[in-house]
Ligand binder design. Structure first.
Ligand code: CTP
Length: 439
């Protein structure tokens, strides 16, 4: 079990940090808390002290009765500088809630209170859970600060969208739920324990996301309800693991993650073209986009007029299977992941048939007959099928599902044959029209 240092900044979400402490403590972790003076106007130190069983610190010149130790650790004979000792003893430093002001200070190396001083001195992984008003979160300065932190390897969890603290305000800025923050902590700790904090470093990952639109005329299209959330979560998760990510984005209803290369496309044909260009350079392809199976035989050049028509027949012809086409051209060492949105019983059998027919390494199957998951929803529940078995991932936010899928990808790659060593950075991988990689 780990020693988690929790930094609490000033914001209404500070009350949720008490729940985080309770959950982390129940999970067996030991905790210390640093508060900013402003955060103590929202939640008092006594509450954190009662839950952690350890003193809370807020000022640089305060005496730490525990001498920088965590519950259960023997105290040193001397009196160490507690901002240094606390982070030296911590396995993980979590700042939740992280206000816009603290995020700005973290990004630019500010150290004007105990919380930020400790962050600057921290050698352990840092996780921040932003919480603020939606306009503050969306401000270019905050976005740039978060991007800078991510680039430096700081993990960011949330924020969620929904009702905000000020009455009537809705949007992105709500702190991630305590259980979600704890899950993010557990992932970081697990990565740390495996001695590999960026397990996908050096890998080039191509992700497709969203839903294609097949033009009927200049303004109308045949489309689908995919929002792109699952693909975007996968791109963000792969990037967080150190991969170099390219996202082929088809009509996303959500923002693409910062720091990934984005290729915007509209139709299945455009998506196919972008994928064919990028595929030879990737190690992992995750085909999360909902790509049209059929497309209008012709698209009218202007806008179709209704005058003089009793009805309108649109002839649909099959759209090329992008994933199947790429799989036929795969190189040794490439891992291909397809998605199977299936309806009701028989899901697994259909998904396995898809894995075989398209020559894939993994297929992520979900049951779209359940309205609570899948298309356009925040959560999902999937089964990841591999050539040798399957992993059931229970209902969870798409960010967590993304991590479970990438874990499965990495397990699958762990069993692949040695990669072909032709790695001039952007050179296409050596082509080997052999069987799919062994899993
Ligand atoms: N896909 C693709 N090109 C298409 C259609 C789908 O690359 N024209 C990809 C999807 O991105 C997904 C996988 O293939 O990863 C499975 O898509 P799906 O439409 O479910 O598979 P189909 O083989 O078309 O089967 P179904 O009859 O169930 O639609």
């Amino acid at each position: 079990m780990a020693r988690i240092l929790l930094g609490v900044t000033g914001g209404i979400a500070a009350y949720k940090s008490l729940e985080f402490v309770r959950l982390a403590d129940s999970a067996g972790h030991s905790l210390r808390v640093i508060q900013t003076p402003t955060s103590q106007r929202f939640v008092g130190a006594a509450s954190f002290e009662a839950l952690t069983g350890a003193p809370v610190l807020a000022g640089e010149f305060e005496e730490d009765p525990a001498r920088g130790t965590f519950p259960g650790q023997p105290a040193p004979a001397h009196r160490p500088l507690h901002h240094l000792q606390l982070v030296a003893n911590a396995d993980l430093y979590v700042i939740a809630p992280a206000s816009a002001n603290t995020i700005a200070k973290l990004a630019h190396g500010g150290a004007d209170n105990l919380l930020t001083t400790a962050a600057l001195a921290a050698k352990c992984p840092l996780l921040v859970a932003p919480a603020m008003n939606n306009h503050m979160y969306e401000h270019a300065a905050t976005q740039a600060n978060l991007a800078l932190l991510r680039e430096r390897g700081v993990a960011v969890v949330g924020p969620d969208s929904g009702r905000l603290a000020s009455r009537g305000e809705h949007g992105a800025g709500r702190m991630a739920e305590p259980a979600e923050i704890l899950a993010a902590c557990e992932r970081l700790l697990a990565q740390q324990a495996s001695g590999d904090q960026v397990p996908m470093r050096g890998l080039r990952v191509l992700v497709t996301a969203g839903g294609t639109r097949e033009p009927i005329d200049a303004v109308r299209f045949v489309g689908n309800r995919s929002s792109g959330r699952m693909g975007v979560a996968l791109a963000a998760a792969a990037q967080a693991r150190g991969a170099e990510v390219t996202l082929v984005a088809a009509n996303l209803a959500v923002d693409a993650p910062d720091g990934v290369t984005v290729r915007r496309v509209g139709s299945a044909a455009e998506l196919g073209e972008a994928c064919r260009r990028e595929f030879p350079h990737c190690d992992v392809l995750v085909m999360a986009a909902a790509v049209a199976d059929f497309t209008p035989a012709t698209a009218a050049p202007g806008k179709l007029k209704k005058a003089g028509r009793d009805g309108l027949m649109i002839e649909l012809v099959p759209a090329p299977d992008v994933l199947g086409g790429l799989a036929a051209e795969r190189s040794a060492g490439q891992t291909l992941v397809g998605f199977a949105a299936e309806h009701g019983p028989g899901m697994l059998a259909y998904a396995r048939e898809k894995l075989e027919r398209k020559g894939l390494d993994l297929v992520v199957a979900n049951d779209v007959s359940d309205p609570a998951v899948g298309f356009d929803s925040e959560s999902n529940e999937v089964v990841v099928l591999t050539r040798t078995g399957e992993v059931h991932v229970g209902r969870a936010p798409k960010t967590e599902i993304a991590d479970a899928i990438l874990d499965a990808v990495m397990r699958a790659r762990g069993g692949t044959e040695a990669r072909v060593e032709d790695d001039a950075q952007s050179a296409p991988r050596q082509r080997l029209r052999a069987l799919p990689t062994r899993l």
